[in-house]
Write a protein that binds this ligand. Structure first.
Ligand SMILES: Cc1cc2nc3c(=O)[nH]c(=O)nc-3n(C[C@H](O)[C@H](O)[C@H](O)COP(=O)(O)O)c2cc1C
Length: 196
């Protein structure tokens, strides 16, 4: 069994977080954990008109973002299975990025990601902001150098998505590639459709 933590922070992109959790459910021997930050709760309401349970219901386990004593706050929790856990922060706000780059973490999304970094475990940050300031760019470089994968939400069109759902699914496939999760969500050059 592999634990995959999905940290949802307050950037735009809640439909991507939902799509990711849905696809994770179909992967065998994966246990999904979801942490929704207070910032994400506000964005979720704006973008989808729903509360955090919309996302937490898609996960096997949900954790409260203000519970800094929860399992994922501790390095030993991450290594309790033979295959250590991995974390995806989807979407990753510039606020959470900055907290991680400074090491001063304030909620469980940030603390868990900080633990992944210090334990040299897989951490993928699907950032969402545009344009990017010099501070954002420096924070990204700091975190890349510390071992995180920085993966701006940046869908490719070469797989010819026919819908938003398909575009989100293809992005999920690219995220799964980063942590070695099997999927059939499309890879160049195997397009799902040849004509639009
Ligand atoms: C509707 C909405 C959309 C937002 N989109 C973004 C975004 O795309 N990127 C970002 O960095 N912050 C965005 N913000 C601001 C963050 O939500 C805010 O900085 C928040 O404090 C981040 O909290 P967190 O990082 O603890 O989750 C948005 C806020 C709202 C209300």
């Amino acid at each position: 069994m592999r634990d995959i933590l999905v940290g949802v922070s307050g950037a735009s992109g809640m439909p991507l977080a939902a799509s990711l959790l849905q696809h994770l459910r179909s992967i065998p021997r994966v246990r999904t954990h979801c942490i929704v930050s207070a910032g994400a709760v506000g964005v979720l309401r704006e973008e989808c008109g729903v509360g955090p349970e919309y996302l937490t219901a898609l996960a096997d386990v949900s954790w409260q973002a203000d519970d800094l004593g929860a399992g994922p706050s501790s390095g030993s929790w991450w290594r309790r299975e033979s295959c250590p856990a991995a974390m995806l922060v989807v979407p990753c706000s510039m606020g959470t990025l900055g907290a991680l780059a400074s090491g001063a973490t304030h909620n469980l999304v940030q603390r868990a990601a900080d633990v992944a970094l210090k334990e040299h475990l897989p951490l993928v940050l699907v950032t969402r902001e545009s344009p990017l300031s010099a501070i954002h760019l420096r924070n990204m470089l700091t975190l890349r150098e510390a071992g995180a994968v920085i993966m701006p939400f940046s869908p490719g069109f070469y797989l010819r998505p026919r819908s938003l759902d398909e575009m989100l699914s293809q992005t999920c496939g690219r995220i799964f590639d980063q942590i070695g999760l099997p999927h059939a969500l499309g890879r160049w050059p195997d397009r799902k459709c040849d004509a639009l």
